[in-house]
Design a binder for this molecule. Structure first.
Ligand code: C2E
Ligand code: CA
Ligand code: CA
Ligand code: CA
Length: 274
């Protein structure tokens, strides 16, 4: 039994070493990618639930490590841990604002939403950074939307309030991402400088069989005069249910996968052509 235990220990320890090495490779790869700016943004359309008009895009980061795509769900947490997210986030903001401004000048106003992570928001220079980027590209602030998850925004509301209020006063839009998955204080929700609630994909996935959470979020948003966006819409049944329930905007594979910048721009052109 002792020998087996010993073997198991060796097995686990080798496994851990491999994992630690994989993690180090990932970190090194991220560091190189950051230095050479070899990330990319893709853009997923959002449309009006009633009528289908294009309302904007969510910018989503993409990275290939030695040619192999790595999911942001895997590398963003590593970037958070190491602090690299602050610089990656700066690049994302800059690229998204540059692109939204160019599209808007060439075709017509189009809003781009950017995901903001916990560490970025906690950075005392965050509001300054956003304002700097808006100035650099002469971006009308209402073309920029910041998506912050419910968990992150609610975790330290009092601390985040000044920066978010300042940005919203300038005209930047604030969305609560993955709404319904965390713990929201309704009292805070009323006080928060927020424009949009994004209904988490898990609740959209339950439609139309288990609509309780989605209906509750839509009713709450209507009471608080907030816009609702349903994420992860994959079926026509879900789309119909959401449109009938009064959800404002839809996003998901049913409408479109995330698109390259060129493909997204083509969509913007079509939306403004008449
Ligand atoms: P998220 O903010 O909740 O983004 C939505 C994710 O759902 C995206 O995955 C999107 O491609 C995917 N998605 C969209 N429609 C559908 C659908 O109909 N069905 C399904 N199954 N999935 C759908 P992605 O691009 O892999 O991003 C994963 C997460 O990584 C994001 O979740 C976000 O938390 C984070 N992320 C992505 N880009 C950035 C970024 O630039 N900065 C930061 N801080 N986080 C990012
Ligand atoms: Ca998001
Ligand atoms: Ca989301
Ligand atoms: Ca989500």
């Amino acid at each position: 039994a002792k020998a087996a235990g010993g073997n198991r220990f060796v097995f686990y320890s080798r496994d851990m070493t491999e994992r630690a090495q994989a993690r180090l490779r990932l970190e090194g790869g991220l560091r190189d990618a950051l230095a050479s700016r070899s990330f990319e943004l893709v853009y997923q359309p959002k449309i009006q639930a009633a009528g289908g008009r294009l309302t904007g895009f969510e910018a989503l980061i993409r990275w290939r490590h030695d040619g192999v795509p790595v999911s942001p769900a895997d590398f963003i947490p590593v970037a958070e841990d190491t602090g690299m997210i602050v610089e990656i986030g700066r690049w994302v903001l800059d690229e998204a604002c540059r692109t939204a401004t160019r599209w808007s000048l060439d075709h017509g106003p189009v809003r781009v939403a950017v995901n903001v992570s916990a560490r970025q928001l906690a950075d005392p220079g965050f509001a300054d950074l956003v304002e700097q980027v808006l100035r650099r590209h002469a971006t009308p602030p209402d073309l920029l939307e910041l998506e912050i998850t419910e968990t992150v925004i609610m975790k330290d509301v009092e601390h985040h309030l000044p920066a978010l209020s300042r940005l919203r006063d300038r005209g930047v839009r604030i969305a609560i991402d993955d709404f319904g998955t965390g713990y929201s204080s309704l009292a805070y929700l009323r006080r928060l400088p927020v424009d949009v609630l994004k209904i988490d994909r898990s609740f959209v996935n339950d439609l139309p069989h288990a609509p309780d959470i989605a209906s509750t979020v839509i009713a709450l948003a209507q009471r608080l005069l907030l816009t609702t966006v349903a994420e992860g819409v994959e079926t026509d049944e879900q789309r119909r249910w959401l449109a009938e329930a009064g959800c404002d905007c839809l996003q998901g594979y049913l409408i479109s996968r995330p698109l390259s910048a060129d493909a997204a721009e083509a969509l913007v052109m079509t939306a403004f052509a008449h």
